[in-house]
Design a protein around this ligand. Structure first.
Ligand code: NI
Length: 387
């Protein structure tokens, strides 16, 4: 079965919603207008229930099938944008300076709205579909907030599915894997406290810049020398702040960065090594080194049965040759991980074609992907909830 005719017919309408969302990006939990737009659309489609304010600004629409009682499944999209100044020059480019839909969440939201409209019109399934629109995917943990708010129990959701676009994957193709598909993320801040003084009299100081520089080098050994080479681990120092003058050795230097892993024991080992390196360097230089290590999103873990099912649905929509069933995991983080910890499910990528990369100022969601993504959602619901 190729893409649904009705989905292809709806492409322009859904692309219009997408461009509206693109022009009006909002950040984090402050997706007030976006959530209102979503809730209005869901009501206009005749959803049986439209709940707002879940996990602060999340929205859930419930559509009951006409083929009898049954389980509920959750289909999830994200609504938030990024603090990036857009450079696409599109007529529908961001009207909110410094904010931009650079991860395609405008497209995810529009595609799920399109699927909701289709499913509310046809209702060819038993049980119910909960369409989930979450805030704060880009670092705020909005998915976790919705889970903690009791969303799964309230709507009786038995299984959950998520979708994200992927630049570089041709339009009309899908990519997935069982097990870990996206990384666990942690953020760290290291404060190196030394003794400041005159730059021409370094012997009277404990130079935090020299110590922090050694630490940056030492941190590279966590992945290269302390971890099994076949395990995935990223340790990136992304901030290094110290000093204000040419002739002053400052009192302190601050390093910060991110750690990405696919397994809990690798993450624990990385933190343990980081603490040991900080303590060792502090002792050897007589400095005070403080480490804050904050575990953030967990691994996005695709469940076996649901992943095979999702891949089969994608193959039914796109053809088997268009579905990559065993891609490499990506070391980015994803807030859908919390929903997959709460319920079995699967997270899939849909091709965005030859676009700029995610989080790039020239990125744009590809409207050609809409009919493919919508068809996947509809087919998934109708197959999983067949009576
Ligand atoms: Ni994203």
């Amino acid at each position: 079965m190729p893409i649904l005719n009705r989905a292809a017919e709806m492409q322009e309408e859904v692309a219009g919603w997408r461009r509206h969302l693109h022009a009006n990006p909002e950040l984090n939990f402050d997706v007030v207008e976006t959530a209102a737009f979503v809730a209005d659309k869901l009501k206009s489609f005749g959803c049986d229930e439209v709940a707002t304010g879940i996990g602060r600004t999340g929205v859930v629409g419930v559509i009951r099938g006409r083929l009898g009682e049954g389980a509920a499944i959750g289909l999830r999209a994200d609504m938030d944008a990024l603090p990036i100044a857009e450079t696409t020059g599109r007529p529908y480019a961001s009207r909110n300076p410094g904010k931009m839909h650079a991860c395609g969440h405008d497209g995810h939201t529009a595609m799920l709205l399109g699927a909701a409209k289709y499913l509310a019109e046809t209702r060819n399934f038993a049980g119910s579909v909960a369409v989930i629109f979450q805030p704060a995917e880009e670092g705020g943990g909005g998915g976790n907030e919705m889970v903690k708010d009791g969303m799964m129990e309230r709507f009786g959701i038995a299984r959950v599915f998520g979708m994200h676009n992927m630049p570089g994957l041709p339009v009309g193709q899908f990519a997935i894997r069982p097990g870990p598909i996206m990384a666990a993320t942690a953020e760290f801040t290291i404060t190196v406290g030394g003794r400041g003084g005159h730059a021409a009299m370094p012997q009277a100081t404990i130079d935090p810049i020299v110590i922090a520089s050694q630490l940056v080098g030492a941190l590279q050994t966590i992945a290269s020398r302390s971890t099994d080479p076949v395990e995935a681990l990223v340790v990136s120092v992304t901030k290094f702040h110290a000093g204000d003058a040419y002739n002053v050795i400052p009192e302190k230097a601050v390093l910060a960065g991110t750690v990405r892993t696919l397994k809990k024991d690798v993450a624990a080992k990385a933190e343990e090594r980081m603490r040991a390196l900080c303590a060792g360097l502090a002792a050897s230089f007589g400095a005070a080194i403080e480490l804050d290590f904050d575990a953030n999103y967990p691994v996005t873990f695709n469940h076996e049965r649901e992943t095979a099912f999702a891949a089969d649905v994608a193959a039914a929509v796109a053809g088997e040759a268009q579905v990559h069933r065993a891609i490499q995991p990506l070391m980015g983080g994803e807030d859908f991980s919390y929903m997959l910890e709460a319920r079995p499910g699967a997270f899939i990528f849909v091709g965005n074609g030859d676009s700029a990369g995610l989080h790039h100022p020239a990125y744009d969601f590809n409207d050609e992907a809409i009919a493919h993504g919508m068809s996947y959602w509809v087919k998934l619901a109708e197959t999983e909830l067949a009576p």
